[in-house]
Design a protein around this ligand. Structure first.
Ligand code: SAM
Ligand code: SF4
Length: 332
């Protein structure tokens, strides 16, 4: 079948689907402490609707699916949904991004349902700082979640840390040290101008090259490794069990040229680029009864809207001002 290719000759191989906008944390850069206007339940995409889209996209070349949110572990019947995704012929990889709070008890069932691997978000290794950034004193549960993911073979386990100057820049070497004895991939993510990030001034962002330098000052030159198809540059401290990923979403020029992903928001829109508000509503027409052929046409139209790079997205400026779709709707 004809692959999904955008106007810049990038083949779409990766879909990130946000299954809820709800969350049990309130990370300061992502959500306001109060007053989040949740999407009404009936507007959230049903699992069946997600599966209908996936059953069109996987035969067209989507190989990898990541389930995200909000906090995806909050959504009911997630294991059954994961098993249905896994059963789609041609799918090669099924992963999930979670804040880890509910992961420890769920990891065995997630694994047996067909989940291949997890990314767990953890921005600090200090309990008090964790309580500050997430507004919840629950770091121990996240650490237990990471251990449980490792024990249950949800591998490779990746730890997502958003790097924020003045908050966790002093912990960069400690995060890197975790990779020496644990088979985890610590991924440092540049703070992106989305969500509630406008509360943080520009100078709080730390770029990927700065992070690399901070690690190399302690551990010496990092060994570059072959990365996957994603935007991360992958390194290893020589001799370490785990790996270090640097995601230079804002500073890395090669980031967009290699982008092979599309996103489906919790509200059922195809979002062609993280920074683009140029979304295409899928769920509305689906509920009005469009055929699979018509739905495929809408998906192709969404793919054609993928900008060549995020600098050209009108949405970037909107997001800067704290408006537009929020990160917890999009799924990161
Ligand atoms: N709740 C889950 C979690 O936190 O892992 C999944 C959804 S969350 C929106 C996905 C990822 O986006 C997390 O790793 C989070 O740290 C990251 N994120 C949220 N807002 C961000 C921002 N403004 N800049 C960079 N990363 C951000
Ligand atoms: Fe929730 Fe994830 Fe956003 Fe934190 S980053 S508030 S855990 S959705």
């Amino acid at each position: 079948m004809k692959p999904l290719v955008d106007l810049h000759q990038r083949r779409i191989k990766y879909m990130r689907i946000s299954i809820t906008d709800r969350c049990n944390l309130r990370c300061r850069y992502c959500m306001p402490s109060t007053g989040v206007e949740w999407v009404p339940h009936e507007q959230i995409m049903s699992y069946e609707e997600h599966l209908r889209i996936l059953r069109i996209c996987v035969p067209r070349g989507v190989e990898k699916v990541r389930v995200t949110g909000g906090e995806p572990l909050l959504r009911k019947d997630l294991p059954e949904f994961l098993a249905s995704i896994r059963a789609i012929p041609g799918l090669k990889d099924l992963s999930l991004t979670t804040n880890g709070i509910m992961l420890a008890p769920m990891a065995p069932l997630l694994k047996s349902s067909g989940l291949v691997r997890v990314n767990v978000s953890l921005d600090t290794l200090d309990r008090e700082k964790f309580a500050y950034i997430t507004r919840s004193d629950a770091m121990d549960r996240v650490v237990e979640g990471i251990e449980s993911a490792l024990e249950n073979g949800l591998s490779p386990v990746k730890i997502n840390a958003v790097a924020i100057r003045g908050f966790n820049d002093d912990e960069i070497p400690a995060f890197a040290e975790m990779t020496i004895s644990k088979p985890v991939e610590v991924r440092f993510i540049e703070l992106m101008p989305l969500g509630c990030v406008s509360r943080y001034p520009e100078q709080e962002k730390i770029t990927a090259p700065e992070i690399k330098e901070a690690i190399e000052q302690v551990y010496g030159p990092l060994e570059p490794l072959q990365g996957g198809l994603g935007p991360a540059l992958i390194y290893r401290i020589p001799g370490a069990l785990g790996r270090i990923g640097l995601i230079g979403a804002m500073s890395e020029h090669g980031f967009c040229g290699k982008c092979n992903r599309i996103r489906i928001t919790a509200k059922g829109a195809l979002r062609p680029c993280l920074f683009s508000e140029n979304e295409i509503d899928l769920v509305g027409p689906m509920r009005q009864g469009i055929t699979d052929e018509e739905l495929e046409g809408l998906i192709e139209e969404g793919v054609r809207k993928k900008p060549s790079n995020h600098g050209s997205c009108a949405g970037q400026q909107i997001a800067h001002e704290g408006q537009g779709t929020m990160m917890f709707d999009i799924g990161g």
